[in-house]
Design a protein around this ligand. Structure first.
Ligand SMILES: [Fe+2]
Length: 87
């Protein structure tokens, strides 16, 4: 069992990890479209890392007998000014 505060904090962090994954994915897709293949690969890798963080927290919460909530997918920005602006 987890306290309500800790459970809420962990479920809020799951949302943040999911949002970060989405933003990195959008940046990867934009960079790939612009022909920056190496940069795109780097952002795709960051996307997967954030997904992994989200999974770890969901599993941790569930292992503690609680319920890790899968958040809704929010659409991230799809257009970026420059490679510089990504970083
Ligand atoms: Fe993360």
């Amino acid at each position: 069992m987890l306290s309500k505060n800790i459970l809420n904090a962990l479920n809020n962090q799951i949302v943040k990890e999911g949002d970060a994954a989405q933003i990195y994915l959008a940046m990867a897709s934009w960079a790939e479209k612009e022909g920056y293949d190496g940069i795109a690969e780097w952002f795709y890798a960051q996307h997967l890392e954030e997904i992994e963080h989200m999974l770890k927290i969901i599993k941790y919460v569930n292992e503690r007998g609680e319920h890790g909530i899968v958040p809704k997918i929010e659409q991230p920005p799809s257009d970026f000014k420059s490679v510089y602006s990504l970083f």
